[in-house]
Ligand binder design. Structure first.
Ligand SMILES: [Zn+2]
Length: 957
C-alpha cells in the first residue's frame, strides 16, 4: 500500500510527530490512521497450512450496486499436496455460503461428510470443507456459491461502495481494498500472500454503468439479460489474492499512450478528466525508468496476456493508494492534478505515490513477501524507489535529497520509541498485528536501510543484486535470505566492493538491521592530540532510558574539518562491535560522521567536538562547507538529544543557534516539528511559552527575509517548499510580516474571487485569513470548500477552516464532520486534528465537542478505529493539568460506552502528563539559555521568579 497504517499507541509513545506541530506537509496524519480493533485471536489456527495450493481461481460476481450485494461463484483448481487429507480449509468472511462441491482430477464428485459437509468459523474467518473419506494427493476442483454484502463503509474495506455527485445527482460506485486480509469478504479464497495463482474475474453489472475494471483488460462482454452485462477479464499473472481488484462504476478513462502494447490510463469520476494529465505523464516516464532499472519489462509480466496500466482516482479510499496489478487505486487527492489548485507539495506527492505503486509491480506483485512479518520485502522497496526512481524521471523535484528529511528522519523518530518493532517481526500472527506492521518500520525505516546498503555496496552492484532477486523469484515468494543471497552475489562480482571490503558479508550486515528493533546512536569521542576517534554504539531511546544491549553492523563514513569531504558516502569502516576506534588525523579539527546521513543512525559527539561544530556552523562563511543534509542531521539529532537528555542544554542551544543564519529547506525541515514540540511543552507556563516563541521568531527572521513572500519563476522546488513550511510556521508564531502579507492576499481574494491566492501560499494565507477574521470569513471559505472540484485543494481548505477563532464557526466546522458528505470519511478525522492544529486555543471547544458527540463521531468518522485516532490526536494538545484531568474523568465516566477506547484515553493522559513533567523540568534551564542567547530587551522583562512561581504552583498539584 502507499501509506502506512500505524498503531496510534506506539505512535504516541514514540513521541514522534504525535503533536505534529505545526506542519504535516507530507500528510503525516496518514501515519496515525490505522488501528484495527481485532478480529482474530492470537492462535496458530490463524494461518492456513500449505496442504492445498490453488492454481487457477475463477471468480464470477453478479453485482447489485444499489442493493449493495452480490451473488458469487468461485471455482478453484487446486493441487492437494498432502495425502489422506480429510479437511480442506480456506478463508471466507462472506455473508452466506450456499453450496460447496468438489470434483477430482477426472471430474468425479468427491463425497463430503454428511451431515456437516462444511462449516464456517467467524473467529478465524475460515471455511472448513469436511471430506467423507481421506483423499489422495492430486488435482481437484472446488466450487463454492455464496452471497456477500458490498460494504457501505470504506473502512470495512473488501469490496465496498462509495458515492459522488454529478450535477447534483448522487452516483454510486464500488471498488476494492483487499490488502492485507479483506479479499475473503468478497469471495472465499486462500487469503495469505504465500498462495499465488492465476485469477479469471468476471462481473455482471447494470448496463447503465460504464464497463467494469479489474486487473486485466476485458476479454469478453455479453448481455446476460435485458439491462445486465457480464464482462470477463483476461487471466492474471500468478498473483496473491490481496492484489486482485475490481471496480464497478460509471467512471471514465483517459488513455495517454497510443501504443497498444504500452497502454496507460487514468480513470476517475466524470467531470474531472482535465485533471488526469500530470499523473499520466509522470506515470509513463516512471514505468519506463523502472523497466530500465530492473531489466524486466512491466508490459511483459502478463505471461502471454496483455498487461494494462490503469490508475484509478477513488473518491472514498481507506488507504493512500493500492498497488493491485494493472488496476492501482488512489485516493483522489493523490492522483488528480489541477495546476490552478494543486500545490507543489501535493504535486510531488502524486509523482511519488505513483512511483511507489508502480515499484510494487516488481516488489510485491512479481515477487511477494512470503508472509506479512516481512512486509519490508514489498514496502521498503516501494518506499525507496518512490524517491529515487521519481528523481530519475524528474530531477527538478529534488527527491534524492528529500528522502533524508522525509524517510530517514521519520524512521529515526519512530525507532526512538521503546515499542518499535523489527523489520522482521515474528509477532505478526493475527489480523491486528498484521495491520500494525504496515508501519514506519516496514516503509520509511526499511527504505532508509536500503539506501544505507546502496551507499555501502555502490549503485551498480546494488541494482544488480535487486535484478538477481527479481529474476530468481519472479512469480514466486521472496524471503530475507533470498535477498541476502542476491546481494552477496552482486557484491562478490563487483571488483571495487570486493577490494574495499574483502571480509564483509553484506547479507549479515543487512540482517542486523532487519532483525534489530530500533535504530542506534553512535557516541563519538575525539582525541585531537592523537587523532584517535572512539566510537560506541547503543540503541537510541527518546525516554533516555538505558537500552538493553544490541549490536548493529553500522557503515561509518566520516570527514573532518581539515578534509571537508562530503562527496563520498561510501563507508570506510563497519562498526560491528559495541565500541571501536578509528585513527584520524591529529589536530584541532572537528569530526563529523555519517556523510549526507546515508546511514540510519544518529551521532552524538563529545562536548568539545560539538562546541567546534557549533562555532563552525555559526560562522556564515564556513557554515555551508558542511553538507546541507549533515546540517539537517545535526539539527534533528540535537533536538532529539535534548528530549532524551543526552546533551547539555547549553551546548544544544549553542549548536542550534546557527539556525538564525540558515536558509536551507532541508535544515529547517529537520528542525521545525521538534522545535514545535518543545514549544508546546511550555504552553502551561505562558511566560516561558512566549519567550520560546520569541526565540523561534528570532531564528526565523533571516530565512523569512531571504525567501520573501512572493514566489519567483526562478525558485527551485526546495525553495518553494521552504517558503511553504517557513511561512506556515512564521504565521503560526505570529510573525508580523507574514501575517500582514497573508492578510493582504486574503483580503484581495475576499474582495474578488478571481484574485486566487497563489496555490502554494493558500494553506497559511487561508489560515491567517480565518484566524484573524470573523464568521463571515469562515463562511466565505466554507463556500469555497462546497464548490471545489479538486480533492487536494479541498484538504487545504478544510485544514484552514479549522483555524477559525470564532466558537460558533468552529462548532459548525466540527459538526460538518458528522453530516457533510462532501467531507469524506478519510478527511473527517483529519478535520478534527486540524481544529487543534489551527489554534491551540480551540482545544476547549474541540474537547467539549468530543465529550458531547463521541458516539456520533465513532459512527460518522468511519468506525472504532477512526474514533481511536481522534482520541489519540488529542494527546499532543493536552498541555495543561486541568484539561488532562478533565479528559481523564470524562473517559472514566463513560467507561461502558468507550469500551476498549478507554485504554487509549489512559495512554493519552500518560503521554500528556509525561510531556507536562518534561516541560516543568526543562523550562527553567531553557529559559535562562534563550534569554542570554537572545540578549533581547523584551526577553529580559520576565523575571525568572515568575517562571518559578508558575512552576511551583504546577508541581504542587
Ligand atoms: Zn506500498
Amino acid at each position: 500500500m502507499g501509506f502506512n497504517m500505524l498503531l496510534p499507541i506506539l505512535f504516541i509513545l514514540a513521541g514522534a510527530a504525535a503533536a505534529a506541530y505545526p506542519d504535516d506537509l507530507r500528510a503525516d496524519f496518514e501515519l496515525a490512521e490505522f488501528s484495527d480493533v481485532s478480529t482474530n485471536l492470537d492462535d496458530p489456527m490463524y494461518r492456513l497450512t500449505d496442504a492445498v495450493q490453488p492454481r487457477t481461481v475463477n471468480v464470477h460476481m453478479d453485482v447489485y450496486l444499489e442493493e449493495a450485494r452480490l451473488d458469487g461463484i468461485v471455482q478453484f483448481d487446486v493441487e492437494v499436496i498432502q495425502s489422506d487429507l480429510t479437511q480442506i480449509v480456506l478463508h471466507q468472511k462472506v455473508e452466506r455460503i450456499r453450496t460447496v462441491s468438489i470434483l477430482d482430477g477426472s471430474g468425479r464428485p468427491v463425497n463430503l461428510r454428511f451431515p456437516g459437509p462444511y462449516s464456517t468459523n467467524d473467529t478465524f474467518e475460515i471455511l472448513l470443507i469436511n471430506l467423507a473419506d481421506p483423499i489422495p494427493a492430486g488435482i481437484y476442483s472446488i466450487t463454492i456459491s455464496y452471497a456477500a454484502r458490498i460494504h457501505v463503509n470504506q473502512y470495512d474495506r473488501g469490496f465496498y461502495r462509495g458515492h459522488y455527485y454529478l450535477n447534483g445527482q448522487k452516483r454510486y460506485y464500488a471498488t476494492t481494498q483487499f490488502q492485507p486480509y479483506y479479499a475473503r469478504t468478497a469471495f472465499p479464497c486462500f487469503d495469505e500472500p504465500q498462495f499465488k495463482s492465476t485469477f479469471v474475474i468476471s462481473i455482471t453489472r447494470d448496463s447503465s454503468l460504464q464497463p467494469s475494471y479489474s486487473n486485466m483488460a476485458i476479454a469478453e462482454t455479453i448481455e446476460t439479460s435485458p439491462g445486465r452485462i457480464r464482462e470477463t477479464f483476461h487471466p492474471t499473472p500468478t498473483v496473491s489474492v490481496y492484489l486482485i481488484a475490481f471496480t464497478v462504476s460509471d467512471f471514465i478513462a483517459t488513455e495517454l499512450t497510443s501504443k497498444s502494447t504500452r497502454p496507460f490510463q487514468i480513470v476517475s469520476r466524470p467531470g474531472v478528466a482535465d485533471q488526469h494529465v500530470y499523473a499520466s505523464e509522470i506515470g509513463v516516464e516512471i514505468t519506463n525508468q523502472l523497466d530500465d532499472y530492473f531489466g524486466i519489462e512491466y508490459y511483459g509480466m502478463g505471461l502471454g496476456n496483455p498487461m494494462k496500466n490503469d490508475h484509478l482516482a477513488i473518491p472514498d479510499f481507506p488507504a493512500g493508494a493500492m498497488e493491485n496489478w494493472g488496476m492501482v487505486n488512489y485516493r483522489e487527492a493523490y492522483l488528480l492534478y489541477d495546476k490552478a489548485h494543486t500545490n507543489l507539495n501535493n504535486k510531488i506527492f502524486i509523482a511519488t505515490i505513483v512511483a511507489h505503486e508502480l515499484t510494487h509491480k516488481w516488489f510485491g506483485n512479481l515477487v511477494t513477501c512470503f508472509w506479512w512479518s516481512n512486509l519490508w520485502l514489498n514496502e521498503s522497496f516501494a518506499s525507496f524507489f518512490e524517491y529515487f526512481i521519481t528523481h530519475m524521471a524528474d530531477p527538478t523535484l529534488e527527491l534524492e535529497d528529500q528522502f533524508v528529511v522525509d524517510h530517514v528522519h521519520s524512521a529515526l523518530s519512530w525507532d526512538s520509541g521503546a515499542g518499535a518493532t523489527p523489520m522482521n517481526w515474528t509477532g505478526v500472527v493475527n489480523n491486528p498485528s498484521i495491520s500494525s506492521h504496515f508501519s514506519t518500520t516496514s516503509y520509511a525505516k526499511g527504505a532508509s536501510v536500503l539506501r544505507m546498503m546502496e551507499h555501502f555496496l555502490g549503485a551498480r552492484p546494488f541494482r544488480q543484486g535487486l535484478r538477481y532477486y527479481l529474476r530468481e523469484n519472479a512469480y514466486g515468494l521472496g524471503t530475507p535470505e533470498d535477498m541476502y543471497r542476491a546481494l552477496r552475489r552482486a557484491a562478490y562480482e563487483d571488483i571495487t566492493f570486493s577490494r574495499m571490503f574483502p571480509n564483509q558479508d553484506i547479507g549479515e550486515i543487512l540482517d542486523s538491521w532487519v532483525q534489530n528493533a530500533g535504530s542506534p546512536v553512535v557516541n563519538v569521542n575525539v582525541n585531537m592530540d592523537t587523532g584517535v576517534i572512539s566510537l560506541k554504539q547503543e540503541r537510541f531511546l527518546i525516554s533516555g532510558a538505558t537500552p538493553a544491549p544490541q549490536l548493529w553492523h553500522i557503515p561509518i563514513s566520516w570527514t573532518h574539518q581539515g578534509e571537508l569531504n562530503f562527496q563520498s558516502t561510501r563507508p570506510s569502516f563497519i562498526l560491528s562491535t559495541e565500541s571501536a576506534t578509528i585513527q584520524g588525523t591529529p589536530g584541532h579539527n572537528w569530526v563529523l560522521l555519517n556523510i549526507a546521513q546515508s546511514g540510519l543512525y544518529r551521532v552524538n559527539y563529545d562536548d568539545h567536538n560539538w562546541e567546534m561544530l557549533a562555532s563552525y556552523l555559526r560562522n556564515p562563511s564556513t557554515r555551508t562547507n558542511i553538507h546541507k543534509l549533515n546540517r539537517a542531521q545535526i539539527v534533528n539529532d540535537v533536538l532529539f538529544f535534548i528530549r532524551a537528555d543526552k546533551i547539555s542544554l547549553e551546548r544544544a542551544f549553542d549548536v542550534l543557534s546557527f539556525l538564525e543564519h540558515e536558509t536551507d529547506y532541508y535544515v529547517w525541515n529537520a528542525a521545525i516539528s521538534q522545535l514545535g514540540w518543545i514549544r508546546n511543552r511550555f504552553e502551561h507556563i505562558p511566560e516561558a511559552h512566549q519567550e520560546f516563541t520569541e526565540y523561534m521568531l528570532g531564528l526565523l527572521d533571516n530565512v523569512v527575509d531571504h525567501l520573501g513572500y512572493e514566489e519567483r519563476a526562478s525558485d527551485s522546488t526546495s525553495t518553494i517548499l521552504n517558503r511553504m513550511q517557513i511561512m506556515n510556521l512564521a504565521c503560526n508564531l505570529g510573525h508580523s510580516g507574514c501575517i500582514s502579507d497573508s492578510l493582504s492576499k486574503w483580503q484581495q481574494f475576499r474582495a474578488n474571487q478571481t484574485n486566487l491566492v497563489p496555490v502554494n501560499a493558500r494553506r497559511y494565507v487561508y489560515c491567517v485569513g480565518l484566524r484573524e477574521g470573523n464568521a463571515q470569513d469562515y463562511q466565505f471559505l466554507f463556500q469555497q470548500y462546497q464548490t471545489s472540484e479538486n480533492a487536494a485543494d479541498m484538504v487545504v481548505i478544510l485544514r484552514a477552516l479549522g483555524c477559525t477563532r470564532d466558537t460558533e464557526s468552529l462548532n459548525h466546522y466540527l459538526g460538518q464532520t458528522l453530516t457533510n458528505d462532501r467531507i469524506r470519511f478519510h478527511d473527517r478525522t483529519n478535520a478534527f486534528a486540524y481544529a487543534l492544529q489551527g489554534n491551540t486555543e480551540n482545544l476547549p471547544t474541540v474537547l467539549q465537542f468530543l465529550y458531547n458527540n463521541f458516539e456520533k463521531i465513532r459512527e460518522e468518522h468511519g468506525g472504532e478505529a477512526r474514533f481511536l485516532v481522534n482520541i489519540n490526536n488529542v494527546a499532543g494538545y493536552l498541555t495543561n493539568y486541568t484539561h488532562i484531568t478533565e479528559f481523564q474523568s470524562w473517559g472514566y465516566r463513560h467507561q461502558a460506552q468507550l469500551g476498549s477506547a478507554l485504554s487509549n484515553v489512559d495512554s493519552v493522559v500518560n503521554t500528556a502528563l509525561n510531556n507536562l513533567r518534561w516541560g516543568n523540568n526543562v523550562v527553567p534551564k531553557v529559559y535562562g539559555i534563550i534569554i542570554s542567547d537572545n540578549n533581547s530587551a523584551a526577553a529580559v522583562t520576565t523575571p525568572f521568579a515568575i517562571i518559578f512561581v508558575a512552576l511551583a504552583t504546577l508541581l504542587f498539584r
